[in-house]
Design a protein around this ligand. Structure first.
Ligand code: NDP
Length: 325
């Protein structure tokens, strides 16, 4: 059966992605083949496409999706044809009508989670899970800074943090995004293209600063993020949307008041099947309770993956973005 997949054979702009006809993949012994119903777009896909995160070429792209199992490898006993499933953190190749995924990254979907929500929310929701529940375990009453609060991870994190009783100061780049962040539960927003983030954070916290800053913007916000922290506070640098943070001088942590820094990744937290399942269960629970919903701001056809990448890179998206095969 003929299927379609996005592939790229050199790093570069969105034009390096090509939609090609392929044979339907066959599962290796530890894999299942999934007919994708929706595919998640993530900023990490851009890092792979541009070469910031190196990968062997030619390659597929995308690590997240949801759909129906259509073939099962010889050693797989947990899944059967017809199962509704989702996956995050897979090997590159999710941008496709059909994909072979190792069973270890595949999760059965609860009946109340639809394919689009799963594709839009698995990777970003699991990221919010470890950031708010593991990297720093939020407690009610804490005030935190979360950058890019109207984005994919940010929209989920704002809701989840608010449900935990935290007060989120969310940064955004426009009044429209400020409204979206507030709708998602942010207590206050700061337009970091116009205002000084440390000055506003200090004013909002009576000069105390915050115990934790979640920063996925990277290069542009690093210094200001450190300046928002209270003594012995934690800087969580988990992304590079504006470029990677380089040349860090550890003395800055001393000057800021014995600060802590971590550079975590989802793979570092969901590093065993048991931990992955625990984190998925936590995510599905907040979806079921209604504490968190996954806002899908944009839908693109699979063939329009380039336009989707451009919109994400140019800060024109809000919430999650999905590709539809
Ligand atoms: P988003 O939907 O959050 O999009 C990125 C947002 O970053 C933009 O919308 C924009 O919001 C903001 N931004 C600030 N500066 C720039 C810039 N120069 N160029 C582009 N965007 C900028 O993306 P995702 O939800 O997919 O991912 C959010 C971040 O989290 C990414 O950095 C990603 O790499 C990281 N991530 C890390 C994971 C981990 O485990 N370490 C896992 C998942 C995601 P605004 O216009 O409001 O500034």
């Amino acid at each position: 059966m003929s299927t379609q997949q996005i592939r790229f054979s050199e790093t570069g702009g969105p034009e390096v992605m090509r939609l090609v006809e392929t044979e339907q993949p066959r599962p290796a012994a530890d894999e299942v083949v999934i007919e994708n119903r929706a595919i998640g777009l993530n900023f990490i896909d851009i890092y792979y496409r541009t070469g910031l995160y190196p990968t062997d070429l030619p390659s597929g792209l995308g690590t997240e999706g949801a759909g129906v199992v259509v073939a099962v490898g010889a050693d797989v006993s947990d899944f059967a044809e017809g199962d509704r499933v989702a996956y995050a953190m897979g090997p590159l190749g999710a941008y496709a009508t059909h994909v072979a995924m190792p069973a270890r990254v595949v999760i059965a979907l609860p009946a109340d989670v639809d394919f689009e929500t799963a594709a839009a929310g698995m990777l970003k929701g699991l990221t919010a899970q470890y950031l708010l529940r593991q990297t720093h375990r939020l407690v009610a009453g804490e005030t935190i800074v979360f950058h890019a609060a109207a984005g994919g991870v940010g929209s989920i994190a704002c809701q989840w943090a608010a449900a935990l009783g935290a007060r989120v100061i969310g940064t955004v780049s426009s009044p429209e995004k400020a409204g979206i962040a507030r709708d998602n539960g942010a207590w206050q927003t700061i337009d970091y293209t116009k205002e000084s983030v440390p000055e506003r954070v200090m004013a909002l916290t009576d000069g105390a600063g915050v115990p934790v800053v979640y920063d996925s913007v990277g290069r542009d916000t690093w210094a200001d993020s450190l300046a928002c922290l209270q003594k012995r506070g934690l800087m969580v640098s988990f992304g590079n949307a504006s470029g990677p943070v380089e040349g860090v001088n550890l003395v800055e942590l001393n000057r800021g008041g014995s600060l802590f820094v971590t550079r975590p990744s989802l793979g570092g937290y969901a590093d065993t099947r048991a931990r992955y399942e625990m984190m998925c269960a936590d995510l599905f629970a907040v979806l079921a309770s209604g504490d968190v919903r996954v806002p899908i701001g944009q839908r693109f056809d699979l063939a329009e993956a380039g336009a989707a990448h451009t919109a994400l890179a140019e800060r024109r998206t809000t919430g999650s973005t999905i590709l539809l095969p």
